[in-house]
Design a binder for this molecule. Structure first.
Ligand SMILES: Nc1ncnc2c1ncn2[C@@H]1O[C@H](COP(=O)(O)OP(=O)(O)OP(=O)(O)O)[C@@H](O)[C@H]1O
Ligand SMILES: [Mg+2]
Length: 474
């Protein structure tokens, strides 16, 4: 019974009921209209026939008097059919016709009338209804011409009967259909609810069943599945981050702690304490920087950084970052060139984009050393780093190109992940977060970070959608 209750509460079933009701009202009015019109048509036909007969008989009377009328009426009365005739004297005495009895007073009122009658030869009690017209002939005689209405009532009855049956059929079929459809829908929703419950119980890999019919339930299931996919990816990302943090921050923290412990254990003097404290502060600063970078990446990835959105010139960022890093590059014996000739409008978070570009320049300076194992420029020329703001189709590009060892093609995918550093770079300070942030910032702005071969060296590009009227409002 609970199942039946659920079925009656189902939206699909209620909709069926409403449609059924509307259909019934429609069918009843249509059938009613049809039946009434048929009846009216038949009546109209009868009236015309009677009118013609009356005018014919009146003419017979005016030409041949009552004698002729009686003969003609007598003749016609004998023909089989549903026609009725009666000729009486002024006092109501029958002269000719096939009417046995009438309702009293019918002959006293000339004109149209529906009345009960009995045929002359018909047995007592077999009364029918008829539509008759009574006329008073000059000379006091009365003439009645009419038609039996049985036929009309029969047709009307057939229509009414057919109507009743078809309505009954519609109701039964409609209810059965509604029942069937609602049960199907309910079954699918039950299956969805069940899956949702297992997902809530912690099984994030569960997906809602899709019937493959492409209907609205399927679309809903598809969207919810896509949402689950995204949630699962986010959860996986979150887990990765926390695993990374646990793993990669634990080492420097342990190192820090051990160094302090060592300093306390030995018979150190003030100068040694001082040195330990200084290195502790330096390493703490590194840790704070790592935390800051992680937070910034999280902010970019979650979309929170969308708050500080404004239009700005990427070319000015290239110039600012170039200016900021020039002294450092010079110190390392590198030449830093900035090429940002034309304005490059971008909509976004200026601070984040600056940081992303700074990370790329920082990498170039760190890893593209002019001396040592790295390539010493082309044809002995000083190794140079080029920071460029330009455009590529409807995108603004910020490119940093160096002449260092570059990143092997197989590693270009994974260096973007958090905390990934290549073996060759272990001698340089860093936590492996710079490219992760640059990539997260590019994606936040609807763009991408590309790492390419600069032959030799690395060319890293942040491509962002161009702002302005051409880019539309979205
Ligand atoms: N210009 C480059 N030339 C050669 N290798 C590079 C270059 N840029 C990045 N890499 C490699 O990619 C790795 C990841 O770079 P990323 O900027 O993410 O981290 P990092 O520079 O090691 O540390 P952080 O930027 O957090 O201080 C680097 O460790 C290095 O191995
Ligand atoms: Mg870096």
């Amino acid at each position: 019974m609970a199942v039946l209750g659920k079925l009656f509460r189902a939206t699909a079933f209620r909709l069926t009921l409403v449609y059924l009701l509307i259909f019934i009202v429609f069918a009843v009015s249509l059938l009613g209209y049809f039946a009434l019109n048929t009846r009216r048509l038949i009546t109209e036909q009868i009236t015309t026939t009677i009118n013609t007969e009356i005018s014919g008989l009146s003419e017979q009377y005016s030409q041949g008097g009552i004698r002729r009328l009686v003969i003609v009426v007598d003749l016609r009365s004998r023909r089989p059919g549903s026609s009725l005739y009666l000729v009486t004297t002024a006092t109501g005495e029958g002269l000719a016709g096939n009417v046995g009895s009438l309702q009293p007073g019918v002959l006293d009122h000339p004109g149209w009338l529906e009345t009960n009658y009995r045929r002359l030869e018909a047995p007592e009690g077999s009364e029918h209804r008829a539509l008759v017209q009574v006329v008073q002939l000059p000379g006091g005689f009365r003439l009645l011409v009419g038609r039996d209405l049985e036929e009309r009532e029969r047709i009307f009855g057939i229509i009414a009967n057919a109507g009743q049956w078809s309505l009954a059929l519609v109701v039964v079929l409609g209810l059965a259909g509604g029942f069937f459809v609602s049960r199907r829908v309910l079954n699918r929703i039950d299956a969805m609810t069940e899956t949702a419950q297992t997902i809530m119980a912690g099984d994030l890999a569960g997906r809602l069943p899709v019937a493959g019919t492409g209907d609205e339930l399927d679309r809903l299931a598809d969207h919810l599945n896509a949402m689950l996919e995204r949630i699962e990816a986010l959860m996986r990302g979150l887990k990765e981050v926390s695993d990374n943090i646990a793993h990669d921050l634990k080492t420097p923290l342990t190192r820090l702690r051990n160094r302090c412990e060592e300093a306390l254990r030995g018979k150190a003097n003030v100068a040694e304490y001082r040195a330990t404290l200084e290195s502790t502060i330096a390493e703490s600063d590194d840790l704070i920087r790592t935390f800051d970078a992680l937070l910034m990446i999280a902010r970019a990835e979650s979309g929170q950084a969308r708050d500080n959105i404004a239009e700005f010139d990427a070319a000015s960022i290239a110039r600012d970052v170039g200016e900021l890093y020039e002294p450092l590059a010079e110190q390392k014996g590198l030449e830093l060139k900035v090429e940002a000739p034309s304005p490059s409008p971008v909509r976004g978070n200026r601070e984040l984009v600056s940081q992303a570009l700074a990370n790329l320049v920082d990498n170039a300076i760190k890893y593209a050393k002019p001396n040592g194992a790295a390539i010493d420029g082309v044809n002995g020329a000083p190794a140079e780093i080029v920071v460029k703001a330009g455009s590529e189709g409807d995108r603004i590009t910020l490119t940093v190109a160096d002449r260092g060892p570059g990143i092997p093609e197989t590693d270009r995918g994974r260096v973007i992940e958090r905390f990934v550093r290549l073996e060759q770079s272990r001698s340089e300070p860093g936590s492996g977060l710079g490219l992760s942030l640059a990539s997260a910032v590019a994606r936040l702005h609807g763009g991408e970070l590309k790492l390419e071969d600069n032959q030799p060296g690395l060319r890293s590009t942040i491509a962002l959608p161009r702002a302005g009227p051409a880019a539309g409002t979205g």
